[in-house]
Design a protein around this ligand. Structure first.
Ligand code: BDR
Ligand code: CA
Length: 348
């Protein structure tokens, strides 16, 4: 299947947003990446952007335009997170809420030459949906703040999205940030709830139920980094430290499973269409995704991916991340907008 996508990301050093993009790059004839929109999540937008621009340089993909997005969730804040933790128990990862004020250069110690577009992410999403009605797949690999802001500004555009494919949430397994919630949804529950309430015709969820099935262990990691390309050197820098004192350590490739499915949908072996909502009431389950009664109001049916062909995924992960020619054919119908004044793209 061919896709035109917006790649919405809370990019970090490498794992796993950057790895997901790197997996898509050799398939640009099949997956036309219209733009990368960065949102706060793993990192601040400024820091995540520097890591993503570095990846574009490392992979020779500097033709891909990158747009700066929302710097903070719609309502969640570091203060609210601290209150949640004090009252209801540990939050294992707070991402950008714990960010230091200084910007760190990416791996290699220098900032990329390629810079972001002057148009903001929210405006880019709106422009793209207007330009390609019913053709755009939004791939959301971080909190959904950019998307919520676009659809709050232009609710009419939600029905013109071809589909939303997101990594986030959990249905039958515990959360990874609180006992109840997965990080992307927990960071901005109100945004996820707003997007799920919108009129996007088709929504696909890659939650922890499926991403937990394919932990990356040291033997696979070692085989990949042995390729010794600029990309695997970045991967080594980011991920090798965890294996030094703990050879039986592993990490999750969350967003990469979403990328792998875009390339080859047969990696998913089980899917259920379920009525989903997001918990937005402040409390211990803030940010949890819930399967609810299909008769309830504001309920969205979501294709929840539940089963993974793990061996096929591992093979794709290894094969795509060890390619020396990372940037495959570039789509000839790539589309760029005339420069426009920047929109704020933030919740300031
Ligand atoms: C998700 O949260 C982010 O930290 C990861 O990139 C992934 O998208 C996993 O819960
Ligand atoms: Ca992510």
């Amino acid at each position: 299947m061919n896709h035109r996508i917006i790649f919405d990301t809370d990019s970090a050093v490498f794992n796993d947003d950057a790895a997901a993009l790197a997996m898509l790059l050799p398939h640009q004839d099949q997956i036309n990446i219209l733009g990368i929109t960065v949102v706060a999540g793993n990192h601040t937008v400024a820091q995540g952007t520097e890591h993503m621009l570095h990846l574009l340089e490392v992979t020779g993909a500097t033709h891909l335009p990158l747009y700066l997005g929302a710097e903070a969730p719609l309502l969640n804040t570091p203060r609210l997170a601290a209150k949640q933790e004090a009252e209801f128990g540990p939050i294992t990862f707070k991402g950008a809420f714990d960010a230091k004020p200084d910007l760190c250069p990416p791996h290699g110690g220098h900032f990329a030459t390629v810079r972001p577009q002057t148009t903001g992410a929210v405006q880019f999403i709106i422009n793209t949906l207007e330009h390609y009605p019913n053709e755009v797949t939004i791939v959301a690999l971080g909190p959904m703040t950019n998307l919520a802001m676009a659809f709050l500004a232009r609710p009419d555009l939600a029905s013109t999205v071809k589909q939303l494919v997101f990594m986030g949430g959990n249905v039958r397994v515990p959360g990874n940030t609180t006992r109840s919630a997965e990080f992307n949804i927990w960071f901005d529950p109100e945004a996820a709830a707003a997007v799920l309430r919108s009129t996007i015709p088709h929504v696909v969820m890659f939650g922890l139920d499926i991403t937990n099935q394919a932990p990356i262990k040291q033997d696979l990691f070692n085989r990949i980094v042995t390729a010794d390309t600029p990309l695997t050197r970045l991967m080594l820098h980011d991920l090798a430290p965890r294996f030094i004192s703990q050879p039986d350590a592993y990490y999750y490739a969350w967003d990469c499973i979403t990328a792998a499915w875009l390339i080859d949908p047969s990696i998913v072996t089980a899917v259920e269409r379920l009525p989903l909502t997001v918990e937005t009431e402040f409390g211990p389950t803030y940010g949890a995704t819930r399967v609810t009664s299909s008769a309830a109001r504001n309920v969205r049916l979501v294709d929840v991916m539940l089963g993974l062909d793990v061996d096929k995924f591992y093979a794709m992960y290894e094969n795509l991340l060890t390619k020396s020619n990372v940037c495959g054919p570039i789509a000839t119908n790539a589309f760029s907008f005339a420069p426009q004044p920047p929109d704020k793209g933030t919740t300031e």
